[in-house]
Ligand binder design. Structure first.
Ligand code: FE2
Length: 492
């Protein structure tokens, strides 16, 4: 589909086709059990206006769509690593896109929400999201990759529809650090100037940007939010997320209480007061004029707490959100027009340079080289966050998060220890060389493959034991994914 309209005009035409969904939940089908959660809501005579469902096997999504007929759905995708310069050349891209298209169709979703982040970078695999390099070149590459996914969704639109589901780009959380040469809101401004995508503004992610950038040293949270919103393309925000924040499991407890605890994005944790205050500030902004939905993101949270927080938030914000969504929108012609479409704005991207920048990023984030150069200047000045990531967070991710290796492979781990192989050696081994993926990204399956490889190199005599344990894990995982049953902790 070729458009001569500016990205802003294209966006508004697309946004007009998106229904008002209201105040709902962003959930995982497995954790907590979605059917149990919804029946608890029925008992409480409460109803989320919609459910945004995180990526799951098609069969599990079909089951959800068959059994929860009265609630509208939206889709939270995963595995489309649009921040990466090699995105369009990824061998598994077509399979990932076909999966996303199928999931969108099953859920009849008006949008595809995806983090502007990656778990796979320059051949290195991570368990949780790493934000993009906040540079202009990287923003241009993201815009181009998002446009290519949008084109695929438009090609597969339903008969009679003018467009496919809208790509929503979510501003990702920071896990202690970020690198770049431009501000985060300006980065998203550049992306949206180049492509007609919508945005998701996640309040918890916004808090982590305050906490892990220089902003916390020079302004209050309120001032930070005010200046962030001034720069951020708020008129593109279609959905707002609100979720919990908490210190990481591997974090050393702080000896004295702090106004700036080392919280990270934590969906299982309670939503703190500061997040509700920030939400209030965002909702009152006049440029928030294309909002269609607000969701509490509650995967892995105890059911009782979800119901309680939803009730409290409905009482406090329900009327405001209702008024905001019902209000009349300005005519398209009266809107700010950026001249030219994607083609006119998209200067040639130096992909070779960007690939080198991301390879450097992967090596710095895994402690294999120091943060130097213009992009890493801020991190080099204050490296506490990066150090925290390298020495506490990342080893936890490889050894325990999304599947604790000693629980997954009890016999193998015991034998490794008897053979004098220390399991912590698995962490530097994991990152000692890049390894391109051979199947769609799945951190749990990746852990199994990599542990077998590690055992094969370090203690080949134990391979038989490890393979036996791996077979049991793979088949239990496949069974759990095909149904709607919890297996491991959420992989978000
Ligand atoms: Fe979110």
């Amino acid at each position: 589909m070729k458009h001569s309209d500016s990205p802003d005009r294209q966006f508004h035409r697309r946004a007009e086709a998106i229904p008002i969904l209201g105040f709902g939940l962003s959930v995982d089908v497995y954790s907590p059990d979605l059917f149990e959660l919804m029946s608890r809501f029925d008992q409480a005579e409460l109803r989320p206006a919609y459910l945004e469902i995180f990526r799951a096997e098609a069969e599990a999504l079909r089951k959800v769509s068959r059994h929860l007929r009265t609630v509208p759905f939206a889709y939270h995708g995963e595995g489309l690593w649009i921040t990466q310069p090699d995105f369009s050349a990824t061998p598994l891209l077509n399979q990932e896109l076909d999966d996303a298209l199928l999931h969108l169709e099953i859920l009849n979703s008006p949008w595809l929400n995806h983090e502007c982040a990656t778990k796979q970078m320059a051949g290195y695999s991570f368990g949780t999201y790493l934000p993009p390099l906040y540079t202009a070149e990287s923003a241009r590459a993201v815009a181009r990759n998002v446009a290519s996914v949008q084109q695929r969704m438009d090609q597969r639109r339903r008969p009679g529809d003018a467009f496919g589901p809208l790509f929503l780009l979510e501003m990702p959380p920071l896990t202690y650090f970020m690198a770049g040469t431009m501000t985060v809101p300006n980065y998203f401004r550049l992306v949206t100037d180049l492509t007609p995508c919508g945005l998701v503004l996640d309040i918890g992610h916004l808090w982590t940007l305050y906490r892990y950038s220089a902003a916390r040293r020079r302004s209050s949270v309120e001032q930070f939010v005010k200046s962030f919103l001034h720069e951020f393309p708020l008129e593109r925000v279609i959905e707002i997320h609100v979720a919990g924040l908490a210190p990481h499991q591997a974090a050393i407890p702080q000896s004295s209480p702090s106004n700036y605890p080392e919280w990270i994005d934590a969906h299982a944790a309670p939503i703190p007061t500061v997040a509700w205050t920030m939400l209030e500030q965002v909702l009152s902004h006049p440029r928030l004029r294309n909002l269609r939905a607000v969701a509490l993101e509650v995967d892995t949270k105890p059911i009782e707490r979800i119901v309680e927080e939803f009730q409290g938030a409905s009482d406090r914000f329900g009327a405001t959100i209702g008024c905001l969504l019902a209000r009349e929108r300005p005519a398209i012609d009266a809107l700010r027009a950026v001249e030219g479409g994607l083609e006119m704005h998209s200067r040639d991207i130096d992909y070779r340079r960007l690939e080198a920048d991301y390879a450097e990023y992967a090596q710095i984030a895994t402690g294999q080289r120091p943060p130097t150069g213009r992009i890493w200047h801020g991190v080099a000045e204050d490296s506490i966050g990066l150090e925290r990531y390298i020495h506490d967070y990342m080893p936890h991710e490889i050894l325990r998060w999304g599947g604790n290796l000693t629980d997954m492979f009890p016999e193998t781990c015991e034998c490794l220890s008897d053979a004098g192989v220390v399991l912590t050696e698995f962490v530097p081994w994991w990152f000692h060389k890049p390894r391109p993926l051979t199947r769609p990204y799945d951190f749990f399956l990746l852990k199994i493959d990599r542990l077998l490889e590690f055992v094969g190199e370090r203690a080949p005599a134990l391979l038989e034991v490890a393979r036996r344990e791996a077979d049991v894990l793979r088949s239990a995982y496949a069974d759990a994914n095909a149904g709607v049953a919890p297996f491991m902790e959420s992989s978000r």
